[in-house]
Design a protein around this ligand. Sequence first.
Ligand SMILES: Cc1ncc(C[n+]2csc(CCOP(=O)(O)OP(=O)(O)O)c2C)c(N)n1
Length: 354
Amino acid sequence: MTSISTGQHPADPAAGDDPLPAEFSSPGGRELALEMLRRMYAVRLFEEATIALFHAGDLPAMVHLSIGQEAAVVGACMATTNDDYMTGNHRSHGHPIAKGARLDRLMAELLGKATGVCGGKGGSMHLADFSIGSLGESGIVGSAIPVATGAAFAAQVRRSGQVALCFFGDGAANEGVFHESANIAGTWRLPVIYFCENNGLAVSAKMADTTAVPDIAIRAAGYAMPGVVVDGQDVLACYRATAEAVARARSGGGPTLIEAKTYRFHEHAYGLAVPVPYRDQAVVDTWFNTVDPIALFIDRLRRWSLADEATVDEVRAAVEGDVEQAVTFARQSPYPPPAAAYTDLYAETPEDAA
Ligand SMILES: Cc1ncc(C[n+]2csc(CCOP(=O)(O)OP(=O)(O)O)c2C)c(N)n1
């Protein structure tokens, strides 16, 4: 297991110590790097748009943002395909965006519109988008972990070669459901990747006050699977660790637990005031200036001569256009009719289909 100390970000590799990685020097490598940048911008700008919508009164509820955690979600998702399954938690937009979901239908879902990915019934915290393998996000902490485990079991039974990528936080890793799922995945060698986005906090509770071990990845040993700690602000490190876990899972080698040490730049949920002061704003400001995953990646893209300023601006401008279009689409879409409340409640059985 690689190890970095909890809560610390390793120094950005100094120029000269950071040669162009194999992933980006092979054919298609530059495109891969720029797609990582594009998706990280998509998460950031989509969520900044949700903040604006919240203040405008268009967004009817608080939102849990992945801003600061973009490298973790994008690196992990880009190591999977649309056929692979994914589940997530209440920090729910970053996962489907990172996996390649259309922004317009996601934004419409957040506004409760009929054109949303779930017809407006899921909202921010319960998004699902089967077109990209997203089985669902969930506001019930820990509840999507057994769903991913079950999906991995189904893939194993069907010998489909699919894997399930399961996102959860350090808080969820203290719930029984994580341990039960990891135990059965380790026992049955299920093709699942448990990806813990460890931002060191569960609402206002600090990990050190609630968790017996300094690294969640240590727990992998109890379930006979590899445990890996990665720098969650480094998109390439997250991609590499997940790609290795995906290859192992597809070849029958069973599950992996990856822990990405990351940071949440905003409040637990935007629009929810946590009454207890639990972190120093100066520290958060320092994060913005020193461990912004997008800024760190842009520096490296320049150093590797994969993108100059104009290319970065072009990528960002294209995403800005997509987000604007998504907001317009969502605003202009109709709300579902009241009768829609009674549809899509039950799965179709084989008898229904006959
Ligand atoms: C079963 C359950 N218990 C408690 C909550 C309230 N709650 C919502 S988010 C959260 C913290 C989750 O922390 P973590 O899993 O580390 O994810 P993070 O918010 O840090 O991304 C809690 C306790 C809940 N939604 N569901």
